[in-house]
Write a protein that binds this ligand. Structure first.
Ligand code: GDP
Length: 413
């Protein structure tokens, strides 16, 4: 049976910390969507590692790590990540033969298209994720299992480049040198072939083990249910984790939703509770809200109950973790958005189009000194009230409250 950890906002909620906290309880840790646009830092034996593609089970020497069919894999990055560890990672790693591969041209297309979009840029990380998913849906993608027969794969790619010649020219991109490409693909094969397998069957065969599905990006970036088109190219929600792993819906036991005590967003797109004033700056500064993967400053604002309730329902959350409560230390007042106003009307659901939506706030008294607290009763009174207020409004049990980056700075209720 599987548990899922999923971000409830626009990403960077601190999923890494909760995964780190619970990963030791699982035999199998699975990534089911996204690519190396995800990213968190983990500390192992005092050394820091940036994980982009590898599941967080690498922290546990006994866990099997699965890169599921729904992930898009950039083999170059994966090999780099594997080799970055002092210890053996490969013997515990399985890569779906159905997972699609990112090749260098996907990255070039991604970056060229983003430039062409001008002021309508989506704010992608430029890592080829979108174009690789687009090829998958257009049924012209290449899958990891195809590394088993390089001749056939080369024929397929030659046809692909021929078909896309005009488009590549328009974008100002060269098609790759086919000899170089073959060498590259042979390198990927030699490095990874022993890990490529039918992971769907593996998960079915091990259904009685404890599995953790590790979500990447977050609910409001879901390709269908997020703030389209300012979204990622995969289904980030619970149902996407099933599609992306091949696990049947009833294998899902518990869904843990992760949200910050406030809200952030990277890149363009609607963000009703964004604070463009000094409060937003203060959150950014206190929360070190700059992207792990790109270094971009994150847009910051207040907790949005409407969005959180939407995300909790979409994912069927059983419990919620509220992260980075300590970042709100030192505010006189904190705001929480409890409804939206659209065209002069008050609404309490997350509409398909956020255009013209304004937040309706309530103000609560602030607090100081929540940092590092590990016992709910020892939190400052107003911080306790804040968590209880959120819990009542979102209608889901807040099981974890995080009060600092350290694994120990966590309240479990
Ligand atoms: P993820 O992609 O969802 O894992 O999130 P990120 O890794 O981008 O963001 C999490 C960052 O916040 C990391 O640098 C964590 O060390 C840090 N962090 C996590 N929880 C807390 C917390 O409760 N308080 C503070 N101050 N930092 C935290």
């Amino acid at each position: 049976m599987a548990d899922l950890i999923v971000g409830l906002q626009w990403g960077d909620e601190g999923k890494g910390k909760i995964v780190d906290l619970v990963a030791k309880n699982y035999d199998i840790v699975i990534r089911s969507q996204g690519g190396h646009n995800a990213g968190h830092t983990v500390v192992l034996d005092g050394k820091k590692y940036a994980l982009h593609l590898l599941p967080s089970g690498v922290l546990n020497p006994n866990a099997i790590n699965v890169i599921g069919n729904g992930v898009v894999v950039y083999p170059k990055q994966l090999i780099k990540e594997i080799n970055g560890f002092d210890r053996d990672i490969k013997s515990k790693l399985l890569i779906s033969d159905k997972a699609h591969m990112i090749l260098d041209h996907h990255i070039l297309v991604d970056q060229a298209r983003e430039i062409l979009r001008g002021k309508n840029a989506i704010g992608t990380t430029g890592r080829g994720i979108g174009p690789a998913y687009a090829d998958k849906i257009a049924r012209v993608g290449v899958r990891m299992g195809e590394l088993r027969d390089i001749d056939r794969l080369m024929d397929k790619l030659a046809h692909y480049y021929e078909m896309n010649k005009g488009y590549f020219e328009y974008l100002g991109i060269n098609t790759p040198d086919m000899n170089e490409l073959r060498k590259e693909l042979e390198f990927y094969r030699d490095e990874l072939i022993g890990n490529i397998t039918d992971t769907t069957k593996y998960l079915w065969d091990n259904i009685d083990k404890n599995m953790l599905l590790e979500g990447a990006q977050a609910t409001l970036l879901d390709i269908d249910h997020g703030t389209y088109p300012y979204v990622t190219s995969s289904n980030t929600i619970a149902s996407g984790a099933l599609t992306g792993s091949g696990l049947p819906p009833k294998a899902l036991e518990k869904v843990i939703g992760i949200a910050k005590a406030y809200t952030t967003r990277v890149g363009n797109g609607p963000f009703p509770t964004e604070d463009l004033g000094s409060d937003g700056d203060k959150i950014r500064k206190q929360g070190h809200e700059f992207g792990t993967t790109t270094g971009r400053p994150r847009r910051c604002g207040w907790f949005d109950v409407v969005a959180a309730k939407y995300a909790i329902t979409l994912n069927g959350c059983d419990e919620v973790a509220i992260m980075k409560l300590d970042v709100l230390d030192g505010f006189d007042k904190v705001k929480v958005c409890i409804a939206y106003e659209k065209d002069g009307e008050k609404i309490d659901y997350f509409p398909s189009d956020l255009e013209g939506v304004k937040p309706v706030y309530v103000e609560l008294d602030g607090w100081d000194g929540s940092e590092g607290v590990t016992d709910f009763d020892k939190l400052p009174e107003n911080a306790k009230k804040y968590i209880e207020f959120l819990e009542e409004k979102i209608g889901c049990h807040i099981k974890y409250v995080s009060t600092g980056p350290d694994r120990n700075s966590t309240i479990i209720r």
